[in-house]
Design a protein around this ligand. Structure first.
Ligand SMILES: [Zn+2]
Length: 324
């Protein structure tokens, strides 16, 4: 009887220790033959933040799923993408209307072996807004739009910092042995984000006007709200339409003339045709300029190693011209 009790206790301890060991070891078990921890990010901002956090750690393999130079709104995962995500240790996505494909991917993921993070869960999301001047989309159902969050969360520095924090904690969870390094790297990166933020804030503080005009899509509502600016644009958020109507163009031309606005903006990966038309109509004192919404990077910028910080820094001169 006594012996049986001792054996039961020994067995119980063995189970607890094994379970604890498995919990601590956690995702290390997932490491494949390459021995590398595999991380996949759907969008560029999270990819860039993870790249900064991971730093020179060669044991981690980071993949930018959608890839440079492409429109994230028209991406659909291939069979190979699905397999890569299933094999990954961490999958980071934004979700929302832009990544509605994520649902089918998440269904196929074993959450015991792959950590998944909807990075939008870590910021204060806002609902999609109707922007001044913007073309109404004909096929847009109001029910679909109601309650949908604006998925372009990365455009405000405060959200960017929250994203870095969340991703740093996720890295610590799957690779605790390097937690000190991840913490250091993320602190360094957050300092760089704050530095760009200060430079932009300084321009905003010394502005002579507060309206930005986009002759394009306008995926920067978080940025606009953060710096307390006003905005007019040809399209709400990221419309699938390409050419605004004559009345939308006329409205924006009028706005630019009325408020003496010197810059009409267009976003990266866009040749800026509509912005140029509006700027030309407004006269010699107005020009079309590109602003980095960081929706994605061009292939050239990607190959040159451009980052959220370096791309957002390009906006400093543009904003100076537009607001001062
Ligand atoms: Zn978009």
């Amino acid at each position: 009887m006594k012996l049986k009790k001792v054996m039961l206790i020994v067995l119980a301890i063995a189970i607890v220790v094994t379970a604890g060991f498995l919990l601590i070891k956690g995702r290390d078990i997932k490491k494949d033959n390459s021995g590398k921890i595999k991380i996949i990010s759907s969008n560029f901002a999270s990819y860039d933040f993870l790249r900064a956090i991971i730093g020179d750690n060669n044991d981690v393999e980071l993949t930018f799923l959608i890839g440079p130079g492409k429109d994230p709104h028209s991406y659909d995962p291939t069979a190979q993408d699905l397999i890569s995500i299933q094999k990954s240790d961490l999958f980071v996505y934004i979700g929302g209307e832009m990544e509605n494909w994520a649902d089918k991917v998440l269904d196929a993921i074993d959450s015991n072996t792959t950590e998944k993070i909807c990075i939008a869960d870590f910021v204060d999301t806002i609902e999609e807004k109707d922007v001044d001047g913007a073309e109404k989309e004909e096929n847009e159902h109001d029910e679909e739009k109601n309650g949908a969050y604006d998925e372009h969360i990365w455009t405000s520095p405060s959200n960017a910092i929250k994203m870095v924090d969340a991703l740093e904690k996720a890295m610590e969870k799957i690779d605790n042995s390097n937690s000190k390094k991840y913490k250091e790297n993320s602190e360094k990166y957050i300092a760089q984000i704050k530095d760009v933020d200060n430079k932009i804030q300084n321009i905003v503080n010394n502005k002579v006007r507060d309206r930005l005009v986009f002759g394009d899509k306008m995926p920067m509502q978080y940025f606009i709200d953060y710096y307390k600016l006003k905005v007019s644009s040809a399209f709400n958020g990221c419309s699938t339409e390409i050419d605004p109507s004559a009345s939308t163009i006329a409205y924006l031309e009028n706005k630019v003339k009325e408020e003496n606005i010197p810059v009409v903006l267009y976003i990266e990966l866009n040749p800026g045709k509509v912005a140029s038309i509006i700027a030309n109509e407004a006269g010699d004192n107005c020009q079309a300029m590109q602003i980095q919404a960081l929706h994605n990077v061009s292939l050239d910028d990607f190959n040159n190693g451009e980052t959220w910080v370096s791309l957002m820094s390009r906006n400093i001169d543009v904003l100076k011209k537009a607001l001062q």
